[in-house]
Design a protein around this ligand. Structure first.
Ligand code: ADP
Ligand code: ADP
Length: 228
């Protein structure tokens, strides 16, 4: 569960990125976080992952109180999250299998766990036959599927997807969003940041809209009506 209570964030140069944001995302939910460029979406993501610290307010992430977390605990908090980016961020010199192995070894998984888990997640994302490919031998949509598999491989409570379809064509974008929906239905909480209106409106999900560092609407089965 994610809980933000009256979160303020002022960057060192004086920019007030968040001006009192409160939100709660319960286990198992699927939420879109939408808003124009510069509205504060990335700042919220970075607060949740612990890359940025709040200037005011309280924040809880999957049982960790980020206001008082000790630095040594941050890696454990991060293991409760799987993060997906617009630019995939795969290791180009490693195959699909090796990218996933690398992520699992980083958290101390045994070879036996690795051999069991990777085929499961590759099957889930529809890439079972591409495990020996290098990222550059895959299409953009396939690379994003690998990134999703990597985010899932350590079984996080929640996935945060930051503009996951920003580099994909509309058909591939829809397929990726349907995959995220399927993963959510299997129990992983999903927070998807996007500014792609048409895509959001194809899914009847919770839509949290932010503008100028404030939440301007938060509706279940909502639409993204912002005119950019
Ligand atoms: P979004 O992800 O919605 O585009 P951001 O959270 O990146 O919005 O940015 C919100 C505001 O904070 C913007 O005005 C942006 O310029 C500013 N901002 C973001 N990161 C920094 C930073 N590291 N230093 C100063 N200002 C920043
Ligand atoms: P190492 O670098 O120690 O040889 P690898 O990362 O290559 O380990 O592989 C770890 C385990 O996963 C090994 O048992 C290996 O046989 C198995 N493995 C590696 N690649 C594949 C693959 N494409 N399909 C099935 N098993 C694989």
């Amino acid at each position: 569960m994610i809980r933000l209570l009256d979160i303020q964030k002022t960057y060192d140069n004086g920019t007030k990125a968040l001006k009192g944001v409160s939100m709660r995302i319960d286990d198992g939910e699927f939420a879109f976080l939408v808003g124009p460029s510069g509205s504060g979406k990335s700042t919220i993501i970075k607060l949740i992952t612990g890359e940025v610290h709040p200037s005011g307010g309280r924040i809880m992430v999957n049982g960790y109180n980020l206001n008082s977390i000790r630095p040594g605990q941050i890696p454990y908090m991060r293991r409760t999250l799987g993060v997906i980016f617009q630019d995939f961020r795969l290791i180009d010199k490693k195959t699909v299998w090796e990218n996933l192995t690398f992520a699992m070894r980083a958290v101390g998984a045994s070879p036996r766990e690795i051999r069991k888990r990777i085929p499961y997640v590759l099957d889930l994302v529809g890439l079972s036959r591409k495990e020996d490919r290098y990222p550059t031998q895959l299409s953009g949509g396939e690379q994003q599927r690998v990134a999703i598999a990597r985010a899932l491989v350590n079984n996080p409570q929640m996935i945060i997807a930051d503009e996951p379809t920003g580099n994909l064509d509309p058909q591939r974008s829809l397929e990726i969003m349907m995959l995220l929906e399927k993963i959510n239905e299997l129990g992983t909480t999903m927070l998807v940041v996007t500014h792609e209106k048409e895509l959001v409106n194809r899914f009847s999900k919770r839509v949290i809209a932010i503008e100028g560092g404030r939440i301007i609407s938060d509706e279940t089965g909502g639409y993204y009506n912002n005119e950019e």
